[in-house]
Design a protein around this ligand. Sequence first.
Ligand code: HEM
Length: 459
Amino acid sequence: MPFVGGVPRIRHAVRGTLTRAMPRLAREPADSLASLGVAAGGDVVRLRLGPFRPYLVTHPDHVQHVLRGNWTNYVREGMFWRPLNRLLGDGILGDGDTWAGSRKILQQVFTAKYVTSLAGAIAATIDTRVAELDRHASTGRPVDAAREMAAIVNQSVVRVLFGDAISREDSERLITAYHTADAAVSFRLLMPFLPYGIRVPGDRAFLAAVRTVDDVVLPVIRRRAAGTGADGDDVVSALCRAHAADGVDGVDERRVRDDLVSVYAAASETTATTLTWLWPVLDAHPEVADALCDEIADVVGSGPARPEHVPQLRYTMMVLSEVMRLYPAGWLFPRMAVADDVIGGTRVRAGSMVLISPYVTHRLEEFWDRPLEFDPTRFEPGRAERRHRYSYFPFGGGAHQCLGRHLFTMDAPLIVASLLSRYRPVLLGEGPYTPAPTALLRPARRVRLRLRQAAAGAV
Ligand code: HEM
């Protein structure tokens, strides 16, 4: 889900008329796209980013058209995706026949039943990793929220994807490699037209990160494929079984690798980033923090949080849904139009890029009352039915709809409940916390927390 940055001399058009726009787009892409979308009131907006002129599509009807109604015309190809291909390969985050094959396999894996079958193991993994924060709680040493959220999520995602087939050390190498790749690719995302023959800043670090990922992942695939590893309940095993006859001598290692690496990318950083935003939000809304802690105390007590608690953590899920409304981790997903089309009266020519952004659509006044206010009650039971399906789409929609919703809805409340049944995190430092210009919607400032034991009282 790449971020698309701007370059100087940006102009925009509302319904075809070009007007001078803001260099702010390069610095604060999410908020400047939101300003453009809000100003256009849901009309299709055309941007001029140097030689590119992508369309910003924000109205829920138009989003539905691109992601669902005419989705085969809007593919995940083109310059903005290419830089990521060197990490993700050609699989579930691609398009066309290979994507369709991967989708068929993976959607049979990531069912509610499968996630439920692993829920006990996921909860235990989370509890063990969260308990390691005790040393910070006892010394008062601050923690970096993004780092800790990534480490906790990583343990549970690794459990689901790899079972017990990789060591803790290797799983931590994966976090570092993905972080490095994410930061190192930003120059290419900003300048996607530069040929790969030309070295640009970040290339060396990016390629080294890809090698680290392969060093960790390929041996596991080979062991599973050779049948020397346990034929487990993990995703590597499922992928090896599905691709058992696709390669020259059995399992098609490349296909398994590309899907595995893509699912890891789709699952871990998105969940960790969502949980990172939670802390500045709770700090700014103490009444929400109190209600959240009350629910967790009622349902989970002093812990540990278990899968059977999850359905009762209703307010927790409402808070997470509202966090994803204002800060959707996958904030921008570009598509390329295959053939000419018309979206909301605007003609879109074949080969043009179309930008879809939940960050922008979730802020449109036409569809959200007081859109900038954080209010979890929007997600009270029964209220979703009154909304346009595509006014809220943090998990995308249509054929490429996220496959990780069941996993997220198990993982994220367990992590929040596990943390808040043990600790009362106190945010250190001043806001405002605004989005960084990165592929995923991360806070631009470091989110630092001091953890107090929950028993020692609320913030
Ligand atoms: C807060 C957490 C998450 C968010 C915000 C999120 C968001 C998204 C979005 C917006 C898409 C659509 C991308 C597009 O249309 O181009 C997507 C696709 C996907 N997500 Fe998630 N995701 C999350 C968690 C997960 C998890 C836990 C998994 C683990 C299985 C996962 C696996 C995938 C996969 C495999 C796809 C590609 C589906 C396809 O193209 O067919 N995601 N996600």
